[in-house]
Every structure is written in structure tokens, then in C-alpha cells.
Design a protein around this ligand. Structure first.
Ligand SMILES: [Zn+2]
Length: 93
């Protein structure tokens, strides 16, 4: 039995993930205005959370300098670079 990783993430997102597919899929952000994409190893739910709670993630980032997962750092950098643009979640198959 696999123990879920606990990073202080919302319980709902962990529950949703355990019910989801186990196939490895790559999700990422795509800026519709710049036609630029960023792919991540993080699951879709995490990327959705980061995009919707960008301000929360930035607050967290301030307090855990150096302790953030790479995908969060990269995701925030992308969202920062494309601030105000239309960012959509994409799946790479
Ligand atoms: Zn952009």
C-alpha cells in the first residue's frame, strides 16, 4: 500500500488524485496570446490549483524559500511572465 505524500495540500486534491488514472500524463500551461507552453510533471489538479491560487502560492513561496517543488517555481515563473494573459491547462498525450 502506497502512502500518500503529505505536503500540506488540500485533502480534496489528494482524494481526487487517488481516484484518477494511474497512467502517466503530462500537463502544462499554455499561453494563448504568446503561443508558449510549459510542461510539468505535476498532476493536472496541482496545476489547476496553482493557476487559480497564484496569489496563495506566492505567499507560500515567500515563507519557504528554497523549499518549493520545482514545478511550483517553474509554474509561478511562467504565470509571472504571462501575467494578465489567457493561460489554459493543456494535456500532452
Ligand atoms: Zn503570454
Amino acid at each position: 500500500m502506497r502512502k500518500p505524500l503529505v505536503h500540506g495540500e488540500p485533502v480534496s486534491s489528494r482524494a481526487a488524485r487517488s481516484m484518477g488514472t494511474t497512467l502517466p500524463m503530462t500537463f502544462g500551461y499554455h499561453c494563448e496570446e504568446c503561443e508558449e507552453a510549459m510542461w510539468s510533471t505535476a498532476p493536472r489538479g496541482e496545476l489547476e490549483w496553482l493557476r487559480n491560487r497564484e496569489h496563495v502560492a506566492r505567499e507560500v513561496a515567500k515563507h519557504v524559500q528554497g523549499g518549493l517543488d520545482t514545478w511550483i517555481v517553474e509554474g509561478l515563473a511562467f504565470l509571472d511572465h504571462h501575467g494578465g494573459h489567457s493561460i489554459v491547462l493543456m494535456r500532452r498525450s
